[in-house]
Design a protein around this ligand. Structure first.
Ligand code: AMP
Length: 209
């Protein structure tokens, strides 16, 4: 099954995508994780993306479309995948239609004030992509999955968060209508707690939790 996770930053796309991918045994393709790794490694793509990411803006469509096209051609995507953070603009969605067939789009719906609270307390592992919230960490500073030191993403700092939400509403939210028209959209309340959200997504996918 080829699935898109759509929703604002902080809606839980990454966390839920990881859980669903584990349950369905398919890869999670997070364009944010790919770009952060490229920045950490100092690749050409990473250098190109850095100024956009730091400002809370989207990286140019052509950069991200090429990355996703290449990634989806890899053998592990043959049995399906979850796209987490892509597409984020209508031109990206139109490009995706030329090289992939999407079965379902899960929209995670969360109110803006909840998102700001979630994003400002978020801590991430750059090595394995796991995400945490300060309120769950009890002072722990390392990733419980791989032992790497957790960090606060620069773009999760207060001044950038509001920018990212604005960008979401202006550039990404139109995709809700785009996929609704195609009959692919399934809306899930993303504010009902981790386990209930997971169960609701599995139900929408017709999979057993
Ligand atoms: P994320 O981890 O999904 O919140 O992505 C972090 C940042 O990476 C975003 O704020 C964008 O600057 C960039 N990014 C990730 N995915 C995309 C995309 N599909 N199109 C453009 N920029 C993206």
């Amino acid at each position: 099954m080829n699935i898109i996770f759509l929703g604002p930053p902080g809606a839980g796309k990454g966390t839920q995508a990881q859980k669903i991918c584990d349950a369905l045994n398919i890869p999670q393709i997070s364009t944010g994780d790919i770009l952060r790794r490229a920045m950490k490694e100092g690749t050409e793509t990473g250098l190109k993306a850095k100024s956009f990411i730091d400002a809370g803006q989207l990286v140019p469509d052509d950069v991200i479309i090429d990355i996703v096209k290449e990634r989806l051609a890899m053998a592990d995507c043959g049995n399906g995948y979850i796209l987490d953070g892509f597409p984020r603009t209508v031109p990206q969605a139109e490009a995706l239609d030329t090289f992939a067939t999407i079965d379902t789009v899960i929209e995670l719906d969360v109110a803006d004030q909840v998102l700001v609270e979630r994003l400002s307390g978020r801590r991430v592992c750059l090595k394995c992509g796991a995400t945490y919230h300060l309120s769950m960490l009890n002072g722990e500073t390392k990733c419980s999955k791989c032992g790497e030191e957790l960090i606060q993403r620069d773009d999760d700092k207060a001044e950038t968060v509001l920018n990212r939400l604005e960008v979401y509403h202006a550039q990404t939210a139109p995709l809700i209508g785009y996929y609704e028209k195609k009959g692919l959209l399934k809306k899930v309340d993303g504010a009902q707690g981790l386990d209930n959200t997971f169960a609701a997504i599995m139900k929408e996918l017709g999979a057993k939790a």
